[in-house]
Design a protein. Structure first.
Length: 132
């Protein structure tokens, strides 16, 4: 009988240890589930963040394309202005024309009316006739 009692004690100890190991396995399994849940949440957040980042990146790329188009348009306008600028007179040419206009300007020269002209002619004729 002491052998049966000893077998029972050994069996009880084995059962106790098995239960203890089972409990540990359950705890480990629960921790693994918790970790998996956290990982899934992190992955979902990461997917959402990537989606937002991709949308923002797309918007930035669209804005950059718009800026590139605007820059291209500005370049074309600058080229047109440069072409028009070639047809403008240079400063030296304008100054030269200004000098010619000043030379030919009627405002800077004295003119006489017909009456004044005729009066002066008569005076000259009188002077010539008096001198002769």
């Amino acid at each position: 009988m002491p052998e049966v009692k000893q077998d029972t004690l050994i069996l009880q100890e084995l059962v106790r240890r098995a239960n203890l190991h089972t409990q540990r396995l359950r705890n480990i399994d629960e921790q693994i589930r918790s970790i998996n849940s956290k990982i899934e949440n992190i992955e979902q957040q990461k997917i959402k963040e990537n989606k937002v980042i991709n949308e923002k990146f797309s918007k930035v790329m669209e804005e950059i394309e718009g800026m590139n188009k605007s820059i291209s348009d500005l370049k074309n306008e600058i080229l047109k202005i440069q072409e028009k600028n070639k047809s403008f007179a240079k400063r030296s040419e304008v100054e030269e024309l200004s000098k010619f206009v000043d030379l030919l300007s009627p405002m800077k020269h004295e003119f006489v009316t017909w009456k004044e002209f005729n009066r002066e002619i008569k005076k000259l004729k009188n002077e010539i006739s008096i001198q002769s």
